[in-house]
Design a protein around this ligand. Structure first.
Ligand code: CP3
Length: 340
């Protein structure tokens, strides 16, 4: 197996900088579109043979150094009792949002083997077929809470913030429930054989540092301590580069970076004891190949002093991205970082 990604996670020397791309399996790939034209997104997530196939697509096409399980952060949310749908136009919709204490008591305990057997089966198939490490993942408790409270994506997250400020004890009970769910769900993925895990905190950036500390960070810390030393743990808090001093306190082995901070500044903040992942603006892939290459060169040289560096975009690849540009990006990372 190509273990360059895992070596970089551990901060060991590598021949070149490993790369993968958030949302690397998805709508920008015609091969994915073809499958999606005959199967809806949730059914795809729940059909192991096909979920495994789309997980492998970007490994073959882009030559990335890691695969990420094809699924969604809302899968375990559905498993504990939320009614979810993925709308083509509106994104995820949750029909029974959590707005009061009664709703939280209705949430079930997750039993991953029974509730999400398709996830376990997909991992099993991938373990046999992949020649690169497999990344398992979960949403972070705060990000999952926003979807569960708002009922979908949101502009101002008013319901979430009302709950935080008006009924903090209730919010904390809710967050603990989600944290327990995430820990059980990730443990099952690790037991099934994923090589690393990523915790996606897509909405951490709507919080002030003091609120991030109080309402989000400690739950991530609890998840990280549950798995520290078992597999590498990546924590990606989007739009949180102004509070990396707090993000690094998560205890994660690798900190994911968005593109709103210079790599050198991020490393100065994080120190050289933790590896980093990132951080090309996904829209740069709409530029010419030489621009892409130049920006990648900047990131690679900026990451020179990191404990380890895994190249990625600063957020998910956009659906309109030319596949050729994504291929060129991965190729540039491999070429420009070749130290042999
Ligand atoms: O390739 C991969 O990265 C693995 C699969 C993956 C998906 N979602 C597939 C997906 C992963 C890791 C996720 C994580 C996820 N899901 C996040 C965290 C990362 C981030 O983007 O911040 C979030 C917030 C979600 C929730 C979600 N799922 C939204 C908001 C949407 C709609 C917007 C969109 O991009 O379509 C989804 C749908 C979704 N998840 C798709 C895919 C491939 C598109 C479904 C389709 O139409 O085919």
């Amino acid at each position: 197996m190509n273990d360059t990604f895992l070596k970089a996670c551990r901060g060991e020397k590598t021949d070149y900088t490993p790369a993968w791309i958030m949302r690397q399996a998805g709508r920008y790939l015609p091969e994915y579109q073809k499958i999606r034209s005959r199967i809806d997104f949730l059914t795809l997530c729940k059909t192991p043979e096909i979920a495994a196939e789309v997980t492998i697509q970007p490994v073959d096409i882009l030559k990335v150094d890691a695969a990420i399980l094809f699924s969604d952060i809302l899968i375990p949310v559905e498993a504990i009792g939320m009614k979810i749908e993925f709308s083509e136009s509106k994104g995820p919709i949750i029909y029974n949002p959590v707005r009061d204490e009664a709703a939280i008591y209705k949430l079930r305990d997750i039993r991953p083997e029974e509730d999400t057997p398709f996830v376990m089966e997909t991992i099993k198939i991938l373990r046999e077929r992949l020649n690169v490490p497999l990344i398992g993942f979960s949403g972070a408790p705060f990000t999952l809470a926003t979807y569960m409270i708002e009922g979908g994506s949101s502009r101002n997250f008013i319901n979430t913030k009302k709950m935080m400020y008006q009924t903090p004890a209730f919010f904390s009970m809710f967050m603990n429930k989600i944290t327990d769910t995430v820990i059980s769900y990730l443990r099952a993925q690790i037991d099934e054989g994923v090589h690393a895990i990523q915790i996606f905190d897509s909405w951490a950036g709507i919080l002030s540092p003091v609120d991030f500390s109080r309402f989000a960070l400690s739950y991530v810390q609890r998840i990280v301590s549950a798995f520290k030393g078992k597999v590498p743990i990546i924590y990606f808090a989007f739009n949180a580069s102004a509070m990396l001093n707090l993000v690094k306190q998560s205890g994660a082995d690798i900190i994911g970076l968005d593109w709103k901070i210079e790599m050198t500044d991020a490393i100065e903040e994080i120190g050289n004891g933790i590896a980093v992942q990132g951080n090309l603006d996904p829209s740069v892939l709409f530029g010419a190949k030489d621009l892409i290459r130049k920006r990648i060169a900047g990131i690679l040289s900026g990451a020179r002093d990191a404990k380890g560096h895994i190249f990625n975009l600063g957020h998910g690849i956009l659906p309109e991205t030319p596949v050729e540009s994504a291929i060129a990006a991965v190729e540039s990372v491999h070429e420009l970082s070749d130290r042999r």
